[in-house]
Design a protein around this ligand. Structure first.
Ligand SMILES: Cc1cc2nc3c(=O)[nH]c(=O)nc-3n(C[C@H](O)[C@H](O)[C@H](O)COP(=O)(O)O)c2cc1C
Length: 161
């Protein structure tokens, strides 16, 4: 059984959650953006991101379960994740996102796209209360709450396949 975690993270919060989910589900993990990129980035960085996107599409094709994670940007998913969800050919998807206090349509919009495309969405989970770059600064007790939630989500999704 092949499980893959694809994510978009700008300041590391979604990356940290993605890592917990990947560890719990023994999944291959792959970002579709460069976390360290500043602004639009260099030509080389943009090329690298194009490659990451293609790689992620390819990984999705052979997955039995594909987790897709995004941070929330102006109450929506990152546009690259929206594009990914419109293109990926895969069997079943579980969606997750991180946000500070208002996730808006981040997950529901992605789910609607997938329903339209007849791709099964087996789970959805949001991780709120995270300001930009905050996860790595949290005290262990706070981190543990997110870790437990992410592990429970992974287990819930794994049971469904
Ligand atoms: C440009 C920008 C827009 C954001 N928009 C929202 C928003 O609409 N709602 C919200 O709750 N958080 C918003 N956030 C906060 C991030 O979604 C949140 O900190 C997230 O965990 C960041 O994840 P990352 O570190 O993986 O990039 C925004 C952050 C940035 C930088």
């Amino acid at each position: 059984m092949k499980v893959v975690v694809i994510y978009y993270s700008k300041t590391g919060n979604t990356k940290s959650i993605a890592e917990v989910i990947a560890k719990r589900s023994k999944a291959k993990i792959q970002p579709i953006n460069l976390v360290e990129k500043k602004g639009r980035g260099t030509e080389e960085e943009r090329q690298k991101e194009v490659e990451l996107f293609e790689l992620a599409l390819n990984e999705g094709k052979y997955a039995d379960l594909l987790f897709i994670g995004t941070s929330t940007s102006f109450k929506k998913a990152q546009s690259k994740i929206r594009r990914f969800v419109k293109l990926v050919e895969t069997k079943r998807i579980a969606l997750f996102c991180t946000y500070t206090k208002d996730l808006g349509i981040t997950l529901t919009e992605l789910e609607d796209i997938l329903i339209e495309r007849n791709i099964e969405v087996i789970g959805k989970q949001e991780f709120g209360g995270l300001k930009t770059g905050q996860y790595k600064e949290l005290i262990n007790e706070e981190k543990e709450k997110y870790i437990e939630k992410a592990e429970r989500f992974a287990e819930f999704c794994l049971k469904k396949i």
